[in-house]
Design a protein around this ligand. Structure first.
Ligand SMILES: [Zn+2]
Length: 238
């Protein structure tokens, strides 16, 4: 499990190491004697998420292993130690982890399958779930940044409000009304060619050519395509 990658490694070996990294990121430790599981570094809490301890690290215990939390005579969790070291919710979670009566080795299990064994399918699912929150965070960060820039613009508040609602796609365009089953035809009333999305209504509709070609600074309208209004606004104000 400790083998390292190098520049001369073959493709097959690199793939094996990549697979190992996925297993190490997703697998959880099953506590036996607790001697090989580090309290703050390894994933050993049996929750649905990452399984890492989130209580603040106690000085001089950075590398401590789980066995220090177990009473070696009774083979039970040392409750006063748990309550002293961890946030109350986390202490409760740990107290519920069953301990074997006799000393056993720690082991790894794969929490995303019924039998605890790794399979390609569940590995793929893990990678997908791991990537999604990151993507969501990035999108939220972009939107927050865009919002900040918008609020700093020197235009009346009602304009900012309207633009922000356009960004969040919360204006009653025909496309939105159709999605809410209020109307059945989403086509733009002006051109009768394209669905009336926000981007279409204020920017892309061919009937708006006269408005936008009036000024050279909007010349990019002819050759630049945008996915939605938010992308257009980012382009314009960043
Ligand atoms: Zn139109």
């Amino acid at each position: 499990m400790e083998a390292e990658d190098s520049r001369s490694s073959s493709y097959a070996w690199k793939s094996i190491l990549h697979g190992r990294d996925v297993i190490l990121r997703g697998a959880k430790c099953c506590i036996g004697n607790g001697k090989t599981v580090q309290i703050y570094k390894h994933r050993w809490l049996p929750q649905k998420n990452h399984g890492l301890v989130l209580s603040p690290v106690v000085d001089s215990m950075e590398e401590a292993t789980v066995d220090v939390l177990i009473d070696s005579d009774t083979r039970q969790w040392n409750n006063s130690m748990l309550e002293g070291l961890f946030a109350p919710q986390e202490a409760e979670i740990i107290k519920k982890i069953p301990l074997a009566r006799t000393e056993t080795e720690d082991s790894l299990y794969w929490p995303l399958s019924h039998d605890g064994r790794y399979s390609c399918k569940s590995g793929y699912r893990f990678l997908k779930e791991e990537a999604e929150p990151a993507l969501e965070r990035t999108q939220v960060a972009i939107e927050t940044q865009l919002g900040k820039k918008l609020w700093m613009l020197d235009v009346p508040n009602k304009v900012k409000n309207h633009v922000w609602r356009a960004c969040r796609d919360s204006l009653p365009t025909k496309q939105n009304l159709m999605q809410r089953t209020i109307i059945t035809n989403p086509l733009c009333d002006r051109c009768n060619q394209f669905p009336e999305t926000i981007l279409h209504a204020v920017w892309a509709c061919p009937k708006l050519d006269a408005v936008w070609t009036d000024s050279v600074q909007w010349g990019f309208r002819r050759n630049r395509r945008f996915l939605d209004f938010k992308e257009l606004l980012s382009w314009v104000i960043q």
